[in-house]
Every structure is written in C-alpha cells, then in structure tokens.
Write a protein that binds this ligand. Sequence first.
Ligand SMILES: C=CC1=C(C)c2cc3[nH]c(cc4nc(cc5[nH]c(cc1n2)c(C)c5CCC(=O)O)C(CCC(=O)O)=C4C)c(C)c3C=C
Ligand SMILES: [Fe+2]
Ligand SMILES: [Fe+2]
Length: 338
Amino acid sequence: MKKGVLLVNLGSPESPSPQDVKKYLGEFLMDERVIDIPLIARTALVKGIILKTRPKASAAAYKKIWWDEGSPLIVISERLKAKVQKEVDYPVALAMRYGSMTIKKGIQELVDQGVDEVFLIPLYPQFAMATTETILVLTEELRQEHFPNVKIDHLPAFYNKPDYIEVLSDSVKRHLGGKTYDHILFSYHGIPERHIRKSDVTKSHCKIDGSCCVTPSKAHEFCYKHQCLEVTRLVAEKLGLEEGAFSTSFQSRLGFDPWLQPYTDRTIERLGLAGVKNMAIITPAFVSDCLETLEEIAMEGQELFHEVGGKEFTTVPCLNDDDSWSALLGKWINNWAK
Ligand SMILES: C=CC1=C(C)c2cc3[nH]c(cc4nc(cc5[nH]c(cc1n2)c(C)c5CCC(=O)O)C(CCC(=O)O)=C4C)c(C)c3C=C
Ligand SMILES: [Fe+2]
Ligand SMILES: [Fe+2]
C-alpha cells in the first residue's frame, strides 16, 4: 500500500467580501455538528436570521486581519503543509472542512499520486463535534462513496501528548520572553454546553461545572472542556506558573444558548477591573492564527482590557508553522507509517 497524509483545518471565506463571508458562514453554520438543531429550525436560524446580519459584521472583521496572500488561517496552513512535507517521504495534502479546498479534493490529490492508505490529521488539539467529529464523519462518507479502496486512519485529539505539550510550552515561553505577567489567560474557542453532553459517551458523566472534568472518566476521550482544562494544567505545570496567576476561559460564543464558561471577554473585563495591568493571552484551541485570535483577541480583547484600566496586553501566536510544530507532526506521521 502507498501511504499519504491529509492535514485538515476549518477553512475561511474566499475573500473578506460580505458575499464570500456569507457563502462560507452558510456552509459552516448549516453543518449539523456546528448548529446541532433540527434541519428546519437550523435553516430558519441560519438563513432567516444569522446570514441576514452577520456576514457584514464578520466581513469587516475579516478585512482587518486579511493578508495580501489571503486568509491567515489558509496561508499559515499552507506554510505548515510545505514544512511537514519536508519532514516525511509520503505525499502530504491540505484540505479545509468548509470552502473550496475540500476534503474530497485533498483525498483525490493523494489518490492521483498512487496513495491508498491515508493518515488523516484534523488540526485540532481537542476533540469537539463541531471540529474533529465533523471532519471524521464527512471523510468516512466521502471514502465510502468515492474512495472505497482507500484505507483511512486518523490522529486522535492530541491535547495531552507530552511532546505536543512540550512544543506548545516552549513556544509560549519563547514568546513571553522571561517577563512576568500579572495574569496569563488560556482562552479556548467556546462551544454550547449541550455539545459537551452530546459527546459524553457515558451519558451521565459531564456536569458542565468543571468538577466532572477532574474526575477520571471514559467521557474525557471526547470531552472538549476536560481537554481544554488539561492543556492549561499541563502547560502551566511545564512553565511553573503559580496557582492564581493563570486561568482558563472560552471565547467566540454565538447565539443565546449557554456556552462554556467563563467567557473570555467577561474574564478580560474582570481582570482589568480587579487591577491587573499586565496580562498575556494564549489560544491553544487554534493551531493557526485566524480571525478568532487576530481580531477577537489581539484587537477586540486588547481594546476591552485598555477600557477597563489594563496597560499591557500580550498575545502569544499560535504554533502556526513553527519548525518544532512541523517536526512534531513529521514525527507522528513517521510513527504511524512504521
Ligand atoms: C455554533 C457556532 C460555532 C461553533 C460550535 C464553533 C466551534 C468551533 N470553532 C472553532 C474554530 C474556529 N471558528 C472560527 C470562526 C467562527 N466560528 C463560528 C461559529 C462556531 N464555531 C463562526 C460564526 C465563525 C466565523 C467568524 C464569525 O463570524 O465570528 C475560526 C476562524 C476561521 C477563519 O477564517 O479565520 C476558527 C479557527 C473551534 C476550534 C470550535 C470548537 C471547538
Ligand atoms: Fe468557530
Ligand atoms: Fe467534564
């Protein structure tokens, strides 16, 4: 069998125009694992409400972070792919869950090079139904329909792999440069609390309040909140951060359902009002910088912090195309191929 690798990230609009943003959001939010309500209600919510107002505001946000080469998330993922390719002897392709760089095209690109055994790498450290699961389900559907002779393995969520924690901690240390901060905030993309309950394989473990997340359980293999809290704990331990000098929060909520808490914007506000002058923020749910890190955190978050009396707001870049990150992916790929 000939082996190949498919890296998959979320995707981005084709351009920051309201039309392209609307098209992208339409595909993304109509995914039943992102907005997980019945089709009729989802269509009414997405097409009848969200797509009438959000594309204009989102397009303005995308314009602020767009690069000459395109969307930061796509450009960074392409740079990462090129570096991973240098680490391994197998063909590496890149696809996005939404948009024109489809998973089907990614598999086809590998098949055209003779590949019939694919290592699928969802580029998310933590499992969530809105990210890893939707990639795995769609890939399996595509395999059955178009590539029945191709074998596909995948890399599970890697949030607690010691080598990942080491690479992430080293990157954070390098970017924080030995300075001391009043507070270090680990901000993860939020999800509705309901998603946590749905992904609970035991059907009774997850209580959302966080107490369950520190009680060992089979549920943790698919519990986004547990996995986020673990990344914070493990990185804080590696960096020797003291209890109280760091915390975890969840950003980017949408709609009126309860999402994982505490919310990042309210946490930044609370920290500033409590007298924190100098804070750093790390975003380990994202492996590449994107709208949610470059605009929501580095721009909006900073503005909010200054409004409530904060002075220095340092954002740590994602792993992006760091040499140590591409080398680690190369190591995981070579281990899989053995
Ligand atoms: C119900 C809505 C959403 C869920 C659930 C959700 C989960 C989720 N998303 C990411 C990663 C990214 N999300 C990004 C953008 C983004 N996310 C949502 C909604 C949900 N995400 C929206 C509407 C948007 C678009 C922007 C906006 O209008 O606010 C991005 C950035 C993409 C880019 O082009 O830069 C990423 C990355 C994770 C990891 C996650 C669950 C764990
Ligand atoms: Fe999102
Ligand atoms: Fe939990």
